[in-house]
Design a protein around this ligand. Structure first.
Ligand SMILES: Cc1cc2nc3c(=O)[nH]c(=O)nc-3n(C[C@H](O)[C@H](O)[C@H](O)COP(=O)(O)OP(=O)(O)OC[C@H]3O[C@@H](n4cnc5c(N)ncnc54)[C@H](O)[C@@H]3O)c2cc1C
Length: 461
């Protein structure tokens, strides 16, 4: 890996020639680069940060290494499961034994099973809403959401408007909000109903996305999910600290200008979060429907909370470490103890409007709110972890938020054909462009495979 110091553009930049330039060394960019290299292309990857991995990032905290970005994989996520094994990484199951905690309106209850113990009527309403959403999402193809029945009407409304039809009361809405906020980093009022349904369909439904056992939070990777990117990058030509600013297309080549270097290639793969694309200067400009789609995209807001303890005291109390609450600031927690049990931990997510509010506070004030939420769920011991980390992804310039780029009403109607279609020498990767498991590590890999196949088909033609 070559390190390139960041800085202003020198007056005379030499242009390097390669077959394909990939922008972004997250999972999508790195996987795409590796597939292209394996097929015989000369590839250069330009990465803005001084590290690879993008939305995966791990750090040593207490007695173990913890992911501060993406971490879990689920059984339906075939590509990432296979890649993890190929790279010689090991997985271990998320701890789920015991009862879960539900806090609503300040009232704490514990429950078993998948859905908080609401009253019979509340459960019935929740079930009705879930069944209706499940039925609807099956008719929204993630590859082309505009083919869904009522696509334009669904895209014209927010998820909040759609959900209002089911007349959920406060605790039931709270339980659902906790799941929605965690999956999207956003509020139901932020999202296009059509985008929401397509996203659910890409990931196998709401319960699959929200669940631990058998769901998207089933397993973690020893050493952290960040190890996937670090291993993928080995042997690739990755230029770090090289934020791309300008993309110039001519008839037969594309020139990419980053801080301190310029690379010319036959094709470029842009593997950065879709809402960040409008920051680049495109010459000529991107086609109008794509520009319109991208202009309506935004990143979710998430602060990931890691709380370390000397003992996993919640286990001794018969609790799994899972919390669901609509009260905020934390929406959900899970047991996040290290694979060897040496470092007991809880992980939590402050998401959507709670994350935006927390971002505006001082470190001390933000920590105090998080300690309070942990104490309300797990008792006073939870308020005094041996270490407390709050990682605010909205403060990361080259992510702009997380876990995923999102679309509000009207975006898909204006440009859904451009979610992932190539455009004169440019190809688009990244989990936002995935047809399966959009928003997840798996989606990043799926997008990489598609983009690599597109480039190979185009350059061999
Ligand atoms: C807190 C958190 C929790 C998550 N939890 C999970 C989980 O448990 N399971 C799961 O499957 N997924 C999870 N995700 C989502 C998952 O991490 C992402 O879907 C995935 O990592 C996206 O990969 P990507 O390559 O598409 O994008 P990214 O990882 O965002 O990679 C894009 C790269 O482009 C770089 N870049 C941006 N702008 C420029 C520029 N101008 N020039 C050059 N480079 C640029 C960025 O620095 C970055 O390295 C989580 C994400 C977060 C942040």
């Amino acid at each position: 890996m070559t390190r390139t110091p960041s800085g202003t553009l020198p007056r005379m930049l030499e242009t390097e020639d390669v077959d394909v330039v990939v922008v972004g060394a997250g999972l999508a960019g790195l996987r795409c680069a590796r597939l292209l290299e394996d097929a015989g292309s000369r590839v250069c990857v330009l990465e803005a940060r001084d590290r690879v991995g993008g939305r995966t990032y791990a750090a040593q905290v207490g007695a173990s290494t913890f992911d501060l970005g993406g971490q879990w994989i689920g059984p339906a996520q075939r590509r990432v499961t296979r890649l993890v094994a190929e790279l010689g990484l090991e997985t271990f199951p998320t701890f789920t034994e015991g009862r879960k905690v539900f806090v609503s309106g300040g009232r704490r209850r514990t429950y078993g099973g998948e859905i908080p113990n609401l009253s019979v009527l509340q459960l019935l309403r929740m079930q009705l809403a879930l069944t209706a959403l499940e039925r609807r999402r099956r008719h929204v193809p993630p590859t082309d959401p505009m083919r869904a029945p009522d696509a334009e009407a669904l895209d014209a409304m927010t998820l909040e408007t759609l959900r209002a039809r089911y007349r959920l009361d406060a605790p039931t809405r709270g339980a659902m909000d906790a799941a929605l906020r965690t999956i999207f980093g956003a509020e139901a009022s932020d999202l296009s109903a059509l985008f929401f349904l397509a996203y659910l369909n890409a990931g196998g439904g709401l319960l699959a996305l929200a669940g631990a056992r058998g769901g998207a939070q089933e397993a973690r990777i020893v050493g952290g999910a960040h190890s996937i990117a670090r291993r993928l990058a080995e042997g690739l030509d990755v230029r770090l600290s090289a934020p791309v600013r300008r993309v110039v297309r001519t008839k037969g080549s594309v020139e990419i200008e980053a801080d301190g270097l310029r690379v010319r290639a036959r094709r470029a793969v842009l593997a950065i979060p879709a809402p960040l694309l409008p920051r680049l200067r495109f010459e000529p400009a991107l086609e109008a429907p794509r520009a319109s789609l991208l202009a309506r995209g935004f990143m979710g807001a998430t602060t990931k909370v890691l709380a370390l303890y000397d003992e996993p005291f919640w286990r001794a109390e018969g609790l799994s470490g899972e919390l669901v609450t609509g009260d905020g600031p934390i929406s959900v927690t899970f047991d996040n103890t290290s694979h060897d049990g040496a470092q007991p931990a809880l992980v939590g997510f402050v998401v959507g409007r709670h994350a935006r509010e927390l971002s505006a506070l001082s470190k001390e004030a933000a920590e105090a709110r998080v300690r309070g939420a942990l104490a309300r769920a797990f008792g006073r011991r939870a308020a005094t972890p041996s270490a407390l980390v709050l990682h605010d992804w909205s403060a990361e310039t080259y992510s702009g938020g997380c876990p995923v780029g999102l679309y509000g009403p009207g975006a898909l109607t204006s440009g859904s054909a451009h979610l992932r279609a190539p455009e004169h020498l440019l190809h688009f990767a990244g989990t936002e462009t995935a047809r399966e498991h959009t928003g997840y590590l798996e989606g990043a890999l799926e997008s990489a495979e598609r983009a690599a196949a597109e480039v190979l088909a185009a350059t061999r033609a």
